[in-house]
Each structure stands twice: as C-alpha cells, then as structure tokens.
Write a protein that binds this ligand. Sequence first.
Ligand code: HEM
Length: 569
Amino acid sequence: MPTRFILILLNGVDLGLLPQFYQAAIDGSFNDSMIPKITILVTLLVLQFLLLKATYRASLHPLARYPGPWWAALTDWYTVYHIMKGDRHIDFYHLHEKYGDIVRFGPRRISVRSKNPLKDIYGVSANVKRSQVYASTAAFFGGTPHSNTTPDWKEHAFRRRVNVRALSPANIKGMEEKILQNIRYFHDTLVDGEGQDWSTPRNMSELIGYLISDIMGDMTFSKSFDVQRKPDNRDVMRGLPRAVADIHAVGYMPEIVTFGLHKIFFRNMIADITRFIALSASTFQWRFTQESCNDIFSTLLQARDDKTGEGFSTEQLVAEAGLFTVAGSDTTVTATTAIFFYLSHYPNCLSRLEQEIRSTFSSVDDIRIGAQLASCHYLLGCVEETLRLTPPVGSTLMREVLPGGLSVDGKWFSRGTDIAVPHYALHHDERYFPDPFTFKPERWLSQTTGCSNAIDVGVAPDLEPEPADSVREKSASPGSLAASVFVAFGVGRTSCIGKYLAYQEVLLVIARTLWLFDMRLERGSTLGEGSVKLGPGRERREEFQTWDRFVSMHQGPMLQFRRRELLSI
Ligand code: HEM
C-alpha cells in the first residue's frame, strides 16, 4: 500500500515536468535554468524504476510465493553482506529453521534443504548450468575458464575425464612420498628441541595451511611452494583464500565489475591475485623446462580422453593445474585443522582413535596409503564427522535453471532461477543427524560390524574415468540415511574429483601425528571455539568456528605436542 501511494505521488510530480521539457525541446526554449528540474526528474524516474522493480520482486515475481527475509527478495546485497560477514553457512541454517525447507534468499535465488533435491539439481540430467556467480572467478584468473568454471557441460565433461586420470588412486599412491616428506617436516615443527616436554602452543590453522600448500605444490608441479620452511613465501598463500572470498562476493554483484568499481573497492583482492598469478607463472615456466617428473602436471600433459583421444592445450593445462592448487588447498586445510579441533575437544574420541591407530600399526613407517590405513574405521568416522560438522565449502553450489524449467522435489522453477542445496544447513538437519551439533564419529559406523558405513574413501570407485559424458550420481551406502545427505564434496557431475587424495592426506597426517605425539589443548585457549560473544549461531564452545566465504577461513586451535615414549607402547 505505501509503495502504491509513493508511486502515485512520483507520477504526479514527474508527469508535470515531462510535458514542460517536451515543449521546451520542440520550441527551442531549452536553457540552463532547467537543469535543476531535469536533475529532479531523472532522480524521480530512477526512484520510480527502483520502486517498480522492488514491487515486482516482492510481490509479483514467480518466486514471491516462497518465504525468506524481505530484503533478500529485493537485492543480492543480502548475500554480499553475509559473505563479507563470513556467516553464510550459519545464515542458511537459521533461514531454514525459520522458514522451512524452501527459502528464497535473493531476487531469483532459492535454497532447498532436504535429501530429494540433490539429484534434481546436481544430477547428470538436471536442466541447469553453473550459475553466473562462477563467472567472476574466470574473469579474475586471466579469463581462461577451468573445469570448475566453464559454463559448457560438454567441455566440462571432457576436462573432468582427463583430470580424473591425474587423481586416480594408482597415481596418488605413486606420489605418496611427496606427501610423506612434507608431513615429516611438519612433524619436526610441532615440538621444541627434542620434544620430550610439552611444546609451546601451535596455531594449527597456520601450520596445516603451510603443510597442505607444500604438499599441493609438490604433487602438482614437483616444486614445493616452500611455505613451511620460508616464512617469506607465506604471504601469497595467505592471500589466496582472501582473494577467493572476494571473488565470490563479486560474483553476486557483477555490476561492480561492469563499472570497473572493483578496482577501487577490491584493491587487496587484485593485489592478492596478481601475486598468485606471478607465482603460478614462474612455477609453470620452471615446470615446462623439467623432464620426467612424477606429478599431476605430467599426467595432465600426457592424459588423453578415452572418448575422443584429445589432450589439453597449453592454456587448458595451465588453467587446470591452477585449479588443482586452489581447489585442493583451502578445503583440505579446513578439514585437517577441524579434525585436530574436534579431537582436542572430545578427549574420549581422541583416546579411542589413539588406541585404534596403535593397535593397527607397529611403526610410523607402516602408516601408508593402502588397505591397513583404510581399515581404521574409527579414523574414517572421525574424518566424516568432521566434514559433516564443518564442511569446508559450507554454503551453496549455485546452479541456474535453463530454458524449459526444472522440477525440484515436486516444485517447478522457471528459467533463470538460481537454485542450490546449503551444505552446512543440510548437515545439521535433525531429521538426518540427531543431536546435530555434537561430534559423534560412531554415527558413521555400522551398528553391527563397527565398519565405516559411509563414504567411498577406500577404493574411490566414482573416481574412475566415466564411460559416458557424465559422472555417476551419488549413491548412498545401503541403509545409511546420513551418507545419502553427506554433501561436503558436492554431488553429481561436478562433485569433487580430489576426494580420494583429500582423504589420504588427512588420514596420513592424523594417523602419523597421533602415532608420534601426545597432544593437548593449550590451557585457557579458546581460539577456534564458539562463544556467545561471536554472535548468534556461534555460541557452541565445541564447534570449530569458520568464516564461510565459499571456502572457509579460521584460526586455532592452539595445541601443544610432545613426543610419545615409543618404547613403552
Ligand atoms: C576435504 C577436502 C575437499 C573438499 C571438502 C572439496 C570440496 C569440493 C566441492 C564441494 C566441489 C564442487 C565444486 C562445485 O561444484 O562448484 C569440489 C570440486 C573440485 N575439487 Fe575438491 N574438495 C576437497 C579437496 C580437493 C583436492 C585435494 C583436490 C585436488 C587436488 C580437489 C579438486 C577438485 C576439482 C578439480 C574440482 C572440480 C570438479 C569438477 O568441476 O569436475 N578437491 N571440491
């Protein structure tokens, strides 16, 4: 009603002004004294346009029937605000608790929290493309899209088939030493001196960040980024997640790029990206001059698509190798750090895990990728439970509905709707995970066998090259409702192809660390914990706090280590 009133008012004023200008233009009496009136008229017209747009979005738009915050229906600045605040994951949780399973969180954006839509939205035959939100990533990283940003599904399927080869279990096993050598150095940094006494506290977010960056450098290019050893190299790696976060925000406000305003408002992002691109360029230059390296790069260079016999062009190669470094780093860092957090906050789980590791292996050198490591079911349960509680990509993977529309869980969405499932909110839905905020690794273990009930981590069957243009749909383990809504790695045709590698890295780091060291939380330290002071949704002490900006940012926990008395074991 007030909107209608304002519209009538505006019309009354500008209708009076328009004929005046029209007449002046015809009889040539237009002069400078009319400029203030023109300014008023233009302002009124702009206001009128904005009001009409807001009215349409709030009440006439096809998505207006879905509930959600009123200002989110008007503008995507709602999302930008939450990206900047770093609480998108929590916001989706609250929105769904308040409004139900389908929520409108943008003028043309819908979030659906339940099991059924996964296949409808992310399945191979879903009538969707990647949302426009992804375009900003390609734009900032030199314009060449990689497989995670290309809007063309055919191109994506080709690149994915080639990429999958580089990350096959056999390849990863062949590169195991590259992972282990970095973990050994990481272990040297955990203690002071010989390590008999408790070390000074270590900020695990930082140390794990350095470790995973070095592993990814070594595995992708046979060249460690050397961030563990050389503090000077850390700035570039610290800047990368910041840049990814800003790029994500910019994806929701493309007009900023259109008008070039990002150069003013996102100067740090541009500096961070420039430094990362310079580092990548020098790494590529160096790598092109090397022969016979055993790394992801050489597999990508040689790999041919089974279907077409095609390989990557140099541009595609550079884009894909860059994607591996970015996609494989922050996500794995969050997962590994979060496990340290949960184990240090749940002492019973820690001691059960220590027992499992010590009864499975007789020396640290036995802890390697393979059947024995995959038989540590409680360890696998801890990894899965961590990824459930703290999915490193905590909010949404947006998809845009194509012409012809899309049916999701019995509801029809028309062309242009952006739609997604919110990871953190789904992982905390009580229908699937009773007592959702408590760390319970046993929820992933079969009641009868004690075996891991959940995710395909051991043999990674869905990582094999696909016979068709597609990747197999996520299939839940029989009887496991929890596994069927586990979305930490995405689902369907763009799901993570680095899942097997990520699991092996995490398992090796945790198992080897617990084999070698005692570990405890620094007394009095709260870094990484929730607290009422951090605001709504962040009050739980035992929940690892992340700031969700597509990937996650975090600090802590502060842990102390000392070497175990190995002889007494
Ligand atoms: C715990 C660790 C990880 C998590 C939680 C994770 C999560 C994800 C998610 C949610 C996606 C879907 C993105 C989308 O649809 O837009 C994805 C895609 C991808 N991830 Fe991971 N990831 C992890 C580790 C890795 C590692 C170690 C690598 C490899 C080095 C990797 C490489 C990729 C690639 C190449 C894609 C794009 C797949 C495609 O579009 O076909 N990820 N990841």
